[in-house]
Design a protein around this ligand. Structure first.
Ligand code: FE2
Length: 379
């Protein structure tokens, strides 16, 4: 397999070198950006810019900050990553907010101990990134359970009259993660609804660890915890973004004895216990795909979320909108985002934060108002 792979890479590289010498247009057909970049929250003061290309290669993000030019590379333990078609670069929020960035990749045909064959370089158009600008009203678009139907999600989103400042993708964007192509679908939805111009929060759904690419995908986000869970903030909103794991026990036949979500969630729970409430925040929001946070593999997250003075919990998974979800006896608001409602439908939610309130409005893909609700945050 290794020899075949190497031979294939050398042939592709040779074609690209020859055609670039005689100016044939093959390279634009072979190596290109196949999923444009999105900017993901990845923990505290950092973003991770993620995009993908048609063939493996390098990745880097460029911008100017405070008069200095930055070229930030996709690295792994000091080496430039070259074996992947997905590229991720971690940059400080302070550098990217209200700034313009571009991202580039160079095709790497083969890389040996002392030599590498390099192909064409592709560079994006400049992207103007927004970030928090002290606005009084903050619009957060919440989409859950897209399950590979972005068309109806788009129709639902088209009903909103305001533009989002922040995008939440609350899990189950795809139904399984058997290959990098499924992950590229997630990236494409992130770009479709954010344009790479606003921060994206991605929480993993129960379907997104099914298949061998599931655990690999988590590494791409380069979160500060190294799991798909982290804290972040957007102006006065403090966010706890959780990986709620699967919807079945590890022993379920579905997983063929090849998962140990219990240990993963145990580690996440220990990390949550180290956190303290963000006393400066006007709004403390927790986002997780699975709504039954009182029992995640035997761990009860309710006391932790209570100690963290959570104001609103946003769940998904149920494929139905409920602004007044009251399943658990908890001292904070709970809501279920809609997502895919049946084989065709979709409900999208916009939450507007301002004046000590969180106002929610939701539309379906048929232009119907699906729900409205206001949460009053008392301090
Ligand atoms: Fe789900």
């Amino acid at each position: 397999m290794y020899t075949i792979n190497m031979a294939l890479n050398v042939i592709i590289s040779a074609i690209m070198v020859i055609q670039s010498v005689i100016a044939l247009p093959f390279n634009t057909a072979l190596f290109f950006i196949d999923t444009e970049a999105s900017v993901f929250e990845s923990g505290d003061e950092m973003y991770t810019v993620i995009w993908s290309t048609s063939l493996p290669g390098t990745g880097w993000v460029t911008y100017t900050y405070d008069g200095a030019e930055y070229v930030v590379k996709d690295l792994q333990n000091s080496a430039v990553r070259t074996e992947d078609t997905v590229h991720s670069v971690r940059v400080p929020k302070a550098h990217l907010d209200h700034n313009t960035y571009t991202y580039s990749s160079q095709q790497i045909g083969t890389r040996r101990a002392y030599v590498a064959v390099k192909g064409r370089t592709v560079t994006s158009d400049p992207v103007e990134f927004k970030g928090y600008a002290g606005q009084e009203q903050i619009n957060m678009l919440v989409l859950s359970d897209i399950h590979e139907n972005p068309y109806n999600a788009q129709k639902a989103v088209d009903n909103f009259t305001v533009q989002p400042d922040l995008l939440v993708l609350n899990g189950d964007l795809v139904s399984y993660m058997t290959s990098v192509l499924k992950f590229k679908q997630i990236l494409s939805y992130a770009h479709q609804f954010s344009g790479g111009t606003i921060p994206v929060i991605y929480t993993r759904g129960n379907h997104e660890n099914r298949g061998t690419y599931g655990p690999e995908a988590v590494d791409i986000f380069k979160t500060s915890t190294r799991g798909q869970y982290f804290t972040c903030s957007y102006g006065p909103i403090s966010l706890l973004c959780l990986d709620s794991g699967e919807d079945k026990n590890d022993s379920d036949w579905t997983y063929a004895g090849l998962v140990d979500s219990t240990s993963y969630i145990a580690e996440e729970t220990e990390w949550m216990k180290t956190l303290s409430p963000d006393e400066d925040a006007d709004y403390r929001v927790c986002i997780a795909h699975m709504p039954n946070v009182n029992n995640r593999y035997g761990f009860n997250w309710v006391p932790i979320l209570t100690d963290l003075k959570t104001d609103l919990f946003i769940g998904g998974h149920k494929h139905r909108l409920n602004f007044e979800y009251r399943r658990l006896n908890v001292p904070f608001y709970q809501m279920l985002d809609g997502g895919k409602t049946n084989d065709d439908g979709f409900i999208a939610t916009m939450l507007t934060f301002g004046g000590g309130e969180i106002r929610g409005i939701a539309y379906d893909d048929q232009r119907n108002l699906a729900g409205e609700h206001t949460y009053v945050i008392e301090r």
